[in-house]
Design a protein. Structure first.
Length: 131
């Protein structure tokens, strides 16, 4: 399984400590300026409603999803492919096209990811937070 969820911080620590990339909902209000959204001091890691990708599976994630997550905004306000060591923010308008591409390509373990992405529509987009 590529994507993991945890119902407690203890279970996450038991499974892999802090060796994860985290896919996290952006809970800042709509209309928040992008500079604030991608600011490192606005990120609160280790949310229980996040999806986690083990550090050992980052190569698989990159191979399977590298062509899907290509529009993330970085902390430096540029955008591109997933920065596996940094902040990647995906605005709400990117969620549906990402889901469509995933459903079309059907990469490994895509069903739990698309379910999670559908929940991202309730928020101000989402992040992929690097290791």
């Amino acid at each position: 399984m590529l994507f993991h969820t945890f119902d407690s911080h203890e279970k996450r620590r038991e499974y892999g400590g802090t060796g994860f990339m985290e896919m996290q909902f952006c809970k800042l209000p709509a209309g928040t300026k992008i500079k604030r959204i991608v600011s490192a001091n606005r990120i609160q890691n280790w949310q229980l409603d996040s999806l986690y990708i083990c550090a050992d599976d980052v190569d698989v994630f990159s191979r399977e999803y590298g062509g899907v997550f290509t529009c993330g905004a970085y902390n430096g306000l540029k955008s591109g492919a997933v920065d596996i060591f940094g902040i990647n923010y995906y605005a709400p308008e990117h969620v549906d096209p990402i889901i469509e591409k995933i459903r079309k390509e059907k990469p490994v373990d895509y069903e739990p990811l698309t379910r999670w992405l559908n929940k991202a529509k309730e928020y101000n987009g989402f992040y992929i937070l690097g290791i």
